[in-house]
Design a protein around this ligand. Structure first.
Ligand code: SF4
Length: 93
């Protein structure tokens, strides 16, 4: 696995977190496992599909699970983190 892919996934996640006021998982081991999964999917399938969800194999349907998936806002709002525990609710103002 290409380490650059992991760092690219990290930059994208950091950028989104910054834009939306989220924080990334502070447990570096867990964080890296998710980033690695995203990078692997990018490498294998050409898109950063969520590593914690099952792809249907239908590219159109699976667009909904390209990170950041369509579920993340609701999950973070209701559960404090997305399903993969990549993004967490940031400190409220
Ligand atoms: S649950 Fe959604 S936002 Fe979280 S890592 Fe997976 S695709 Fe990304």
């Amino acid at each position: 696995m290409n380490e650059d892919g992991i760092e690219e996934a990290r930059s994208r996640a950091k950028q989104l977190a910054k834009e939306k006021g989220y924080i990334l998982n502070v447990d570096e081991r867990q964080l890296e496992a998710v980033l690695r999964g995203l990078a692997r999917n990018q490498e294998r399938y050409g898109a950063g599909y969520c590593p914690c969800r099952i792809r249907s194999g239908d590219p159109k349907k699976d667009q909904t699970i390209i990170c950041p998936c369509v579920h993340h806002e609701k999950e973070i709002e209701e559960e404090g983190a997305c399903h993969c525990r990549l993004f967490f609710k940031g400190p409220s103002e």
